[in-house]
Design a protein around this ligand. Structure first.
Ligand SMILES: [Ca+2]
Length: 494
């Protein structure tokens, strides 16, 4: 017996009507049901394609581009390539600078994320170029008395300028205000460093708190908090809350000098080694001393009774004979340090540590890395200090350094600065700027992780006696001279 085609059609229609709801039911509630064959569908493509275009390098030069993605996928590319058979997901493209022909070729974007879908072809471009931006310095304030610092809360349009003798002045729209923001000159013996830096509380807009690092009338180091009682340009000197006082009895130099909030919300403070030649007392290597250190404090709930707390992740917390405030050791005179949160590899800490005889250094580490020993006084920079050889184990060495020379404008002390994250000169993004107090140059480098690229000196006048860099609320950078001027780093007008 055979089926007539019409009967076959009717039968298949019947089966279709029966199977449809059954299959839907099985899909819907997952209940076991009758096993009925379902018309197989063509399988959806499980993989995708990514075309990475690498552009504008000199002929014969390999790029340094890494693609990483789902399931541990990792591939290094030296040139344009089409990657097929990729599992769907998000792919990270990171590009490192390339040195070729004596020039540093920088990728247009150090880090990109591309979504690769099943059956799709995604694309990304890494374009290399030599940075040819030209810079200039324009004077934005003059007539100050020994200015040593400039800062502002993020987004704030004012600039707060610190004078060494104990005043903080406000500049608004390029005009210095007559009334000081804070005047604590009577609390400072100006024969030593005086008022060195300020840091605005992350909640400054609401709580008005800011922090001051200075010396006092007895030449101790003092860290204290002040409060602005209103939405105005004047802090209350009587609002002072002393957080920390560190005796500094042996010399009139090396007080350190920087106070700044880290990306973790804790307050960091850099202290000098106490000032005795060669750090003979051994403060910097002594974890029982707060001198020659980077300290890390939780000041979020500061009171007179408990001016700070120790963050639970501080490296020496609970260790007998070691101060729990210490975040890092082995520093000589870390006059300036700064955090950068803009790099794709994570937040970084840059420290400009002033050397003694020959070497000025800049240290660069992930901001989250505590318990590091930066070497002083076993080493000065990457050189064993007063010794042919030394034990370098456990020491973190600088990523950049320069030596003192016999030239007229000889360098004498590094002035650490900031990574540029402003908007006016996007070509500068990621460059760390620094200077030297005596030589007054403007130099920068670009770091990929802790690898340093594009070290250069900029063609701007050497101002001399550079006490500090400043960073305003928009990320623009300034250079400050002891002689009373503030200069802004700007794009040169051709
Ligand atoms: Ca060092």
């Amino acid at each position: 017996m055979t089926f007539h085609p019409a009967r076959l059609f009717l039968l298949s229609l019947f089966i279709g009507l029966l199977v449809g709801p059954l299959a839907a039911c099985n899909r819907g509630d997952g209940a076991p049901g009758a096993s009925v064959p379902v018309q197989p569908q063509p399988p959806a493509p499980a993989v995708g394609t990514l075309v990475v275009t690498i552009d504008n390098l000199p002929p014969g030069t390999s790029a340094l581009v890494r693609i990483s993605g789902p399931d541990g996928f990792a591939r290094d590319l030296g040139a344009t390539q089409t990657l097929t058979g990729l599992h769907p997901g998000s792919y990270a493209i990171t590009a490192r600078p390339v040195v070729a022909g004596g020039q540093t070729w920088m990728p247009s974007s150090a880090s990109q994320q591309v979504l690769v879908g099943a059956g799709d072809t995604a694309g990304a471009t890494v374009r290399y170029a030599v940075n040819d931006v030209a810079l200039a310095l324009t004077r934005v304030a003059t007539g100050l008395t020994e200015p040593v610092y400039l800062s502002a809360p993020p987004g704030d349009t004012r600039q707060f300028i610190v004078e060494r003798a104990g005043r903080i002045l406000v500049m608004q729209d390029g005009v210095l205000q007559a009334q000081p923001f804070l005047d604590i000159r009577v609390r400072i013996d100006p024969i030593v460093d005086g008022l060195m830096s300020i840091a605005f509380d992350p909640g400054f807009a609401d709580n008005g708190h800011f922090y001051v690092y200075r010396t006092d009338l007895d030449r101790n180091i003092v860290l204290e908090r002040y409060t602005v009682p209103c939405h105005c340009d004047a802090a209350d000197p009587d609002s002072v809350l002393t957080l920390l006082r560190i005796p500094h009895p042996d010399a009139l130099i090396h007080y350190g000098g920087q106070v700044a909030f880290g990306p973790d919300g804790y307050l960091y403070v850099s202290t000098g080694d106490g000032g005795v030649a060669n750090d003979a007392p051994g403060n910097a290597q002594n974890l029982g001393s707060l001198l020659g250190k980077l300290l890390r404090l939780d000041v979020g709930a500061a009171t007179v009774a408990e001016p700070y707390r120790i963050p639970p992740s501080n490296p020496y917390l609970g260790q007998p004979g070691r101060r729990p405030e210490i975040w890092a050791s082995g520093l000589r005179n870390p006059w300036r340090f700064s955090f950068d949160t803009g790099a794709p590899s994570g937040a970084s800490l840059y420290i400009g540590d002033v050397g003694q005889i020959a070497v000025e250094e800049i240290d660069l580490v992930p901001a989250s890395q505590g318990g590091l020993n930066y070497g002083w006084n076993r080493m000065e920079g990457s050189t064993c200090y007063l010794a042919q050889d030394c034990d370098r184990s456990g020491l973190t060495l600088p990523v950049a350094e320069y030596v003192h020379t016999a030239a007229l404008d000889t360098p004498c002390a590094v002035t650490g600065g900031y990574v540029y994250r402003g908007t006016a000169i996007p070509e500068l993004a990621g460059r760390y700027f620094y200077s030297d107090y005596c030589a007054g140059f403007l130099r920068s480098f670009y770091a990929y992780g802790t690898e340093v690229y594009e070290q250069r000196e900029w063609s701007v006048p050497r101002l001399g006696l550079i006490t500090s860099f400043g960073q305003d609320g928009k990320g623009e950078l300034y250079m400050i001279t002891l002689t009373g001027d503030v200069w802004k780093i700007v794009r040169a007008v051709p």
